[in-house]
Design a binder for this molecule. Sequence first.
Ligand code: PLP
Length: 395
Amino acid sequence: MEELLSKRTRYPTSDAMSKFVLAQDPEVISFAGGLPDNNLFPIEEIKLCQEEMLEKEGKIVFQYSSSIGDINLRGWIGEEFFIKWGKKVPVENIIITEGSQQALDLIGKLFLDPDDYALIESPGYLGTIQAWRIFQPKLVGISQDENGINLEELEEIIKELPSPPKVLYVVPDFSNPAGTCLPLERRKRLIEIAERYKFYIVEDLAYSLLAYDKDTLPPLLTLKDSEYIITIGSFSKILSPGLRTGFIIAPKKLIRPLRLLKEASDLCCGTYAQKLIYYFCKNGFLKNHLEKLRKIYKEKRDKLREALENYFLNKATWNNPEGGFFFFLVFPEDINCYDLAEKALENKTSFVPGEEFFVNGKGKNTARISFSQINLEDIFEGVKRLLRAWEDLQK
Ligand SMILES: Cc1ncc(COP(=O)(O)O)c(C=O)c1O
């Protein structure tokens, strides 16, 4: 039976998700998932929107939609999503996707043949690594410092590659897992580099609207009308992942091939969720909802930082996430975080070993600790359990 499976199924994908993130034991206090807090879904507002939507468009929402997505939602994204940075995007450049994971899959299909070079910030988002590995490219990690991707290293690596890279993936705001933010100067230089060497930057704005300390810096898309920028976004963290809705904004010449690939893949996205999101946004609920999310996630971030300072001060170092969902811990080289994660499960807590986010086998001494889903009052207890796991590992 195995021999009937295609070659692409043999590419290593991670079982970290099922093992650590989706651990079902209710006694586990989990820092593993990058999931939004279940208690924050705006159910009352959604009910109102649903009622209005069914009354006005009941016959449409149960029908197929177009493959590029609902015109109203695309219009709202184009008019409103980037407005705080003074940018409107033409609706023709926007495609709605089933979560940004589908956007990553389509971008992989669009550019990557076996052995093509694809670059990713390192550590980088596991969802991207998983989506792109299927296409069998040579995935190369570009290291991050506390301010995101290292541009000197990027240029050096590009010069050394036997053929130019086709794409580079970055999360400019509150990255997953490192929690880093790319400063303005680096954003501008990154665009220059992409234009010089002619590859596409794929910027992922999954967390960009979840800033806790100060305003988010402008996305690359708003800094320059460049033919080398593709932007992807998602409603998963700012509204609901269950609605499985994201988007791609791409230069016009890429829209037709993307649409054809999307038609081959799903022949239309689900209409219901897209319309519901449109009603939620156009009724002004998203703005208030984001304010609530920022307040609550900030409290959790602060509490987790306090707990880490209490229990892990001389044992690991970590970043200071100004938004998003993640602390990224770096332990001394002799700590293997896979082993630590096993001990953590025995002690009824969990996190994702950082190694999962590297394409080059590095990061064995790192850990991604998320504060998004955990209850505020469980944070200290969870970190205490983590400390017990660390002590068990020393025995
Ligand atoms: C960097 C990044 N991009 C995108 C997403 C959201 O993916 P989706 O829109 O498929 O739910 C996540 C969720 O973990 C993420 O961390």
